[in-house]
Design a protein around this ligand. Sequence first.
Ligand SMILES: Nc1ncnc2c1ncn2[C@@H]1O[C@H](COP(=O)(O)OP(=O)(O)O)[C@@H](O)[C@H]1O
Ligand SMILES: O=COP(=O)(O)O
Ligand SMILES: [Mg+2]
Length: 566
Amino acid sequence: DMAMKSDLQIAREARLEPIEHVANRASIPESYLEHYGRDVAKVSLDIEQAHEGRPRAKYVVVTAVTPTPLGEGKTTTAVGLAQGLEKIGRKTMLALRQPSMGPTFGIKGGAAGAGYSQVLPMEKLNLHLTGDFHAITAAHNLLAAMIDNHLHQGNALDIEPHSISWRRVVDVNDRALRNTIVGLGSRIDGVPRQTGFDITAASEVGVILSLATSLADLRARLGRIVVAYTRSGEPVSAEDLHAAGAMTVIMKDAIKPNLLQTTENTPVLVHAGPFGNIATGNSSVIADQVGSRCGDFLLTEAGFGADMGAERFFNIKCRTSGLHPDAAVLVVTVRALKAHSGRYKVVAGKPLPPDMLADSPEDVLAGADNLRKHIEIVRTFGVSPIVALNVFPDDHDDEIDAVRRVAEQEGAHFAASTHVVDGGNGAMELARAVVDACDQPTDFRYTYDLADSLETKIEKIATEVYGADGIDISPQAAKDLAHFEELGYGRLPVVMAKTHLSLSHAPQLKGRPTGWRLPVREVRAAVGAGYVYAICGNMRTMPGLGAHPAAERIDIDDNGQVVGLF
Ligand SMILES: Nc1ncnc2c1ncn2[C@@H]1O[C@H](COP(=O)(O)OP(=O)(O)O)[C@@H](O)[C@H]1O
Ligand SMILES: O=COP(=O)(O)O
Ligand SMILES: [Mg+2]
């Protein structure tokens, strides 16, 4: 029937190849695979020796304009583009984050792509995959248990209990766990204190997995995690609590990237899953280092808009891996630009307002300043942007032409892509634009030097990337910054924890906000992962479930098949 089949139907009908065939096409010999069933395998890190000296692939990051709560299709377009590049004869590896089960059962749904551009098997991908998120949760919570045990055993390190910043994590949207009291009961039940849970995708252990360059580096970063301070203000690390070794043992398989395939059997490495608003929002350095030797192109996606995941990709991930991008695909949708016109109210968890689907190129143009600003953001890193219009079923031709005109006026490459409906064939124009862009020279640059002060780093990101007039540091944040500079964390890069729904800190400021200043409320340090992060506005590290979470629609049918999973 003409109506689009559901993602699940397409996923079920897709003909998967045995994963060793997919690996072979990515120049990964079977001897480096550790099978997890027929369709998923981990890749041994020894592959790096086998790949020594192979040419590096062209490196492309997929980012987006400021998204609506549903997301505009970076993951989906990255899958479609990988398939499109294969269609024009370019061997391509795609590196994506592992979806968190939080959004899968919450508002956003699965993060495995859509239609004929999906990563398969999607049930495995959106649920447990190979258990890496469970390993992150276990390692994170072992450290938490060892902190409370240290207090119970007499607190030899003289930890100030109120300074303990290390919380627990769980991979579910559970607002009731945001603020908890542990240690209740009698004396043998521990020391009472207030703490709470974050979602696993916010775990610093998970960010460390995404930034570690080897098992030894993973061990070193885990050891450097600062969980609290002593009463005299000295940092207390996981190493001080003798927890880092056991945590590394729990993580020793998680550090190997997971190989899967797309609807058209294109290879995909899925590894690590930090969110792009409260953390770094990128897949792992290790997967990119492996993927960089697997063919002609390596694509990877960075969470949320270019002001979020891509800013962390350029300033932190590339600085860590030493890999520099050759181009950036900037995903835009008609619906996102209409939302930026300010004429519609798009609410998370609710369907789009129906009048938003009417043919209205003027509403698209009214929101186009957000696209123009994101083109400028990509260019501040010295990288050439390819504007990729991710075509939705309700888009009208004159709306698509309006976006094309804006991109061309800005001198950016442009391609409309119908990869969700047409698979790789729908992304061939985009693939050719990417090939052209990658042939142009880049003068890649960071926003800041590591030698800049922490405050200068924050100010440069706020003014050069977001377009703020300046930053307003609260008294608390000023104290935090002084404390971190004194502790020697001044040379660390900075993650800006702010809303992803606006270029500014205020979700309701759509389009291209001007004449505003970025308030920095508090500053924290992820010393293990190796960055300081500035809290700008209300940040949720434990999302909640909506009135009717996706979980209510997910079930098992009479044949034991999963239904309702996106
Ligand atoms: N062209 C499209 N047509 C229909 N649905 C789409 C299309 N592109 C993306 N989607 C859906 O939109 C949601 C967000 O897509 P995703 O690729 O996860 O975005 P991002 O990675 O930018 O958050 C997903 O549910 C996906 O299935
Ligand atoms: O961290 C957010 O990632 P997406 O933009 O892919 O949802
Ligand atoms: Mg995504």
